[in-house]
Ligand binder design. Structure first.
Ligand code: APR
Length: 246
């Protein structure tokens, strides 16, 4: 990552009419949350079938202990890193319209971002699969798994998108509208492997947005829609960017 590219990216952001950020698991790696793919990734350690909706409903006694271990014992301890904090600062300064995130860890909101479109939901909310009961994770009783609804006895489920489950309509629509209105799109820490999330930066590009990618590696976006690739870790890149933005 050379300083001239960072400086150029900052100038583009500062002159943007509508800059958005699209984030993936990579933005949370420096907060201690492993990515889903790549070395030391979650899917190398756990079987993704625990997050398949049909499997979860058929075998909640298998899925829930793994879900608790990954998303509540482990993810739950994570704190926002420099990248989350600079993105929140950019929003407060009027430089960033919104964050479209694939992440369910709530770290953008914890860092102070307000306009966050949760493309894959959020682990903080736990909902009943049968009635309108919902509980925030810190108030849920994890002593007995699988979590069952105290109101109707139905199975409780984290309010994030399982494989085979629909994307939340409101988050999808707001993300597409934001992408179509963007003239700059930051992509932070995503392989671009998962659809339909990966269409968001492409929608921005289709509308002539400048695409700035922040990732230590190449992704499906690099060489396709990316105009400037700041090759580095999100926390480190945003520390450099911040010097030119503020
Ligand atoms: N800073 C920035 N990017 C990083 C860092 C870092 N410190 N460390 C890793 N990365 C990059 C990797 O190079 C990779 O491109 O983050 C990306 C992580 O890829 P994935 O784990 O596939 O994350 P993501 O693209 O968000 O996955 C999409 O897959 O399983 C589903 O729902 C899950 O939201 C997730 C979706």
């Amino acid at each position: 990552m050379d300083e001239s590219s960072v400086k150029k990216a900052a100038e583009i952001i500062l002159s943007a009419k509508s800059c958005i950020a699209f984030t993936g698991a990579g933005v949370s790696v420096e907060s201690g949350i492993p990515p889903f793919r790549g070395e030391n990734s979650l899917w190398n350690r756990y079987d993704p079938k625990v997050l398949d909706l049909n499997f979860f409903k058929a075998s909640p006694e298998v899925s829930w202990p793994v879900i608790k271990e990954i998303f509540y014992d482990f993810f739950g301890l994570a704190k926002p890193n420099k990248a989350h904090k600079v993105l929140a600062r950019m929003e407060q300064a009027g430089m960033l319209k919104c964050v479209v995130t694939q992440n369910i860890d709530n770290l953008h909101q914890d860092a102070g971002s307000k306009e966050v479109y949760e493309f894959h939901g959020n682990l903080q909310r736990i909902i009943c699969t049968r009635c309108d009961y919902r509980v925030m994770a810190p108030d849920a009783d994890f002593s007995k798994l699988p979590l069952m609804c105290p109101k109707c006895g139905g199975l409780l489920k984290p309010d994030f998108v399982f494989f085979g489950e629909q994307i939340p309509v409101e988050a999808y629509e707001k993300s597409v509208v934001a992408a179509r209105q963007a003239d700059v799109c930051l992509i932070v820490g995503s392989t671009g492997e998962v659809m339909p999330a990966a269409i968001i930066p492409s929608e921005a590009k289709r509308n002539k947005a400048v695409v700035i990618e922040i990732n230590p590696d190449e992704s499906h976006f690099t060489g396709n829609i990316t105009d400037i690739h700041l090759k580095g870790k999100a926390g480190e890149v945003f520390s450099e960017l911040e010097k030119f933005l503020f």
